[in-house]
Design a protein around this ligand. Structure first.
Ligand SMILES: COc1ccc([C@H]2[C@H](O)[C@H](O)[C@H](C)N2C)cc1
Length: 449
């Protein structure tokens, strides 16, 4: 393998308490909010078909017109406590908020630029009240930060001339100043979610990024930074030139999910997911497929079943309101989570053979196994294949533990659980398989007897 100065500094998962807390979240909320919410995917009567937060890059939106939107930013309906309550009711355990997206507009009063909330009619800090409101309801806050900054004169996508390099040095200092400023202003933040790090200019900054990551981790011990921040010595991101994961978890799952545990390479990871096919910021006219709560719950369950977290995106409008479609989804997901979150929180991958009816999760502390059923077989017979010598003498419905099941052995280590799908069921059901005491070894995995 290559000797790297700025490759992965750790092999395998982080095992400290902050990371343990992170991997047991299950469900998160992404919030994309900024000036792009004002046009909301339209400008001069024209519809923008791209991602609403990228409207500045659209030929239908002249840059100087976009760059004057801050003069209209005055979200009268912004209510951070209401946002936090809604996220709490949905069952989110962490929230990621855009402090600065690619347009460079800062939702906090930054000492290092005038392109921030203080120079808008609204005038006040947005990030601080959000951190406070979410902390107050016990939801951990993570700060999204785009390195790419279309507003800063020193930003370059590639470094070709001496001028480029000099300008970019100023940009790097500005970036470091803003990041340290954010951690100083919001010391309860648990981590950073970086974006906008794919440009060639940034991919040459292995040394700078590595040192900055070290500095940030010193400021907030235990800080969680994913794989999207640093390039390695050869400009590789997410995985270094030896194929080892950089950062504390894999951040490559954007609007997509792994199919198998092997694809996760045994790393911690989260999936960030839009409700429409590709809208993060507010777009007033969602077109194409809008995901249902059933689909989003299945993605959540699938993520947890493969040792990941699932982060659902919200895009508040220009007035600071959460749109009705997202409110309805949060309500429906919350209703399912109220009854079934035992199969999500603190749960992860179970190394039993995947079955067609749905997903297994395993509680990392108790060793309890959850069968989360999405596709019930027409005959109601749920097949399970177990490792050797697993006792199935405690199998019951999560909804009603008095409803127990006696699995029918159909083959060595192969069983049917006959579920009476008599009543109408329109949301995933959960069956619990409680291990008998002698099966759980010290790390809560089923041992071959
Ligand atoms: C070039 O393709 C991109 C680049 C950046 C993104 C940004 C989105 O604006 C959103 O912030 C998402 C999390 N991020 C990857 C999406 C697609």
């Amino acid at each position: 393998s290559l000797t790297l100065k700025h490759g992965a500094h750790r092999l395998g998962k982080r095992t400290d308490p902050m990371m343990e807390r992170w991997r047991n979240y299950g469900l998160g909320q992404f919030i994309h909010w900024g000036l792009y919410a004002i046009p909301g995917g339209h400008w001069n009567g024209a519809y923008y078909g791209g991602a609403a937060e990228w409207i500045r890059a659209w030929k239908g939106m002249p840059n100087e017109q976009y760059d004057n939107l801050y003069k209209e930013f005055d979200p009268a309906e912004f209510d951070p406590k209401a946002w936090a309550e809604q996220a709490k009711d949905m069952g989110a355990k962490y929230m990621i908020i855009t402090t600065k997206h690619h347009d460079g507009f800062c939702l906090w009063p930054s000492e290092f630029t005038d392109y921030d909330v203080t120079n808008t009619p609204y005038g006040n800090d947005i990030i601080g009240p959000l951190v406070e409101a979410y902390d107050a309801v016990g939801i951990d806050v993570y700060l999204y930060f785009s390195v790419m900054d279309w507003n800063h004169p020193g930003y370059r996508s590639k470094l070709e001339t001496i001028n480029d390099k000099e300008a970019y040095e100023e940009f790097k200092e500005f970036t470091r100043n803003q990041l340290l400023e954010l951690l100083e202003r919001y010391p309860t933040t648990k981590g950073l979610w970086f974006d906008g790090t794919w440009d060639a200019a940034w991919k040459e900054q292995a040394d700078f990024a590595d040192n900055l990551a070290t500095e940030m981790r010193e400021m907030i011990p235990g800080l969680i930074i994913g794989s999207r921040f640093r390039p390695d010595d050869y400009g590789n991101r997410h995985f270094d030139s030896n194929g080892d994961l950089m950062g504390d978890y894999e951040q490559g799952w954007e609007r997509k999910l792994p199919e198998t545990y092997e694809e996760t390479k045994g790393n911690d990871w989260d999936c960030v997911m839009t409700v429409p096919e590709n809208q993060w910021g507010y777009h007033s006219d969602w077109r194409g497929h809008v995901k249902t709560s059933y689909e989003l719950i299945e993605m959540l369950v699938k993520s947890v079943s493969l040792d990941g977290n699932f982060v659902m995106n919200f895009g508040p409008n220009g007035q600071g309101e959460i749109r009705q479609e997202e409110t309805q989804l949060a309500k429906e997901i919350g209703e399912w989570m109220d009854k079934n979150n035992e199969a999500i929180y603190g749960c992860g991958y179970l190394d039993w053979e995947k079955q067609d009816w749905g997903y297994y999760t395993k509680d990392r502390q108790t060793g309890k196994i959850y069968m989360i059923v999405f596709n019930r077989p027409l005959n109601g017979a749920l097949k399970i294949k177990t490792p050797d010598k697993v006792s199935l003498d405690k199998v019951y419905s999560l909804k009603d533990s008095s409803q127990s099941f006696v699995p029918e052995e159909i083959h060595k280590n192969e069983f049917f659980i006959h579920y009476p799908f008599s009543e109408h069921i329109d949301s995933p059901i959960v069956i619990v398989i409680e291990p008998s005491s002698n099966e759980i070894d010290q790390n809560n995995s089923y041992q071959k007897a």
